[in-house]
Design a protein around this ligand. Structure first.
Ligand SMILES: *Cc1c(COP(=O)(O)O)cnc(C)c1O
Length: 233
């Protein structure tokens, strides 16, 4: 079985190849290591392999790991990528560096209010339900502009970009379509609203090549690094 370090190396090779094919520089894509359901020891192994950015889905699980790895905290960047209820915002504002899953003004307002002033602004992505699936969280594309403007105006937050979890698709061309739609939405919002969003958070283990082809700047990779998860999320 491949080690975590070997799997990480392989993901960097996938990213480099996809960047080369898209005519993009490899520095334009960041790897976010998704450690949800895996223990702090797995994060430690990824850290030792050189990784510094980690993504968690569940607030409490993330907080536990952040606490367990507090000795590494200054070197780590923690991203919340899973759903955030507005009654759980305080520990997130106090402990995470990024939130990718903002899809309600109330959540953003609470994060802004609760972000401690001694910390840098919290980096925010708005989650878009780009495949318009009934069961998915996230804003519909037509709802993004008004929330983007509102978040832009809040203190202690920095609006960085858009995040999506497209419907899984087996073939490359089908995978590209929602990624392309999200990239177009980001470009249109920057142009029409005068924003400077720089982050397109798309691409996971199964589709990072398609996401990079369409402009992903941050790919969120879990199972290709740590193996299959027990629970499905
Ligand atoms: C679990 C998860 C990932 C990682 O998915 P893999 O298929 O394991 O790479 C990325 N983004 C979100 C929002 C997730 O929940």
């Amino acid at each position: 079985m491949a080690t975590i370090a070997e799997n990480i190396q392989e993901q960097h090779e996938r990213i480099a190849k996809a960047c080369a094919q898209a005519g993009r520089s490899v520095q334009s894509v960041t790897l976010l290591v998704v450690s949800k359901t895996f223990p702090a020891s797995a994060v430690q192994a990824a850290f030792e392999a050189g990784e510094r950015r980690f993504g968690e889905n569940y607030v409490q699980e993330g907080l536990d790991k952040i606490a367990e790895l507090s000795a590494l905290r200054p070197q780590l960047e923690w991203h919340l990528i899973g759903p955030l209820q507005s009654n759980k915002t305080r520990p997130v504002a106090e402990n995470f560096d990024w939130v990718h899953s903002v899809d309600r003004l109330k959540t953003a307002e609470r994060l802004a209010e609760q972000r401690p002033s001694h910390l840098p602004p919290l980096d925010i992505c708005l989650q878009v339900n780009i495949s318009a699936e009934a069961s998915k969280s996230g804003l519909l594309p037509g709802e993004v502009a008004s929330l983007a403007q509102a978040v832009q105006a809040l203190p202690r937050l920095r609006l960085r970009g858009l995040m999506a979890i497209p419907e899984p698709a087996a073939d490359f061309e089908t995978q590209r379509q929602p990624h392309r739609a999200l990239a177009a939405l980001l470009a249109a919002l920057n142009r029409d609203l005068g924003l400077a969003m720089d982050t397109l958070s798309i691409g996971m283990s199964a589709d990072l090549e398609a996401a990079i082809a369409e402009g992903a700047t941050l790919v969120r990779v879990g199972s290709a690094i740590f193996g299959a998860r027990q629970s499905t999320t």
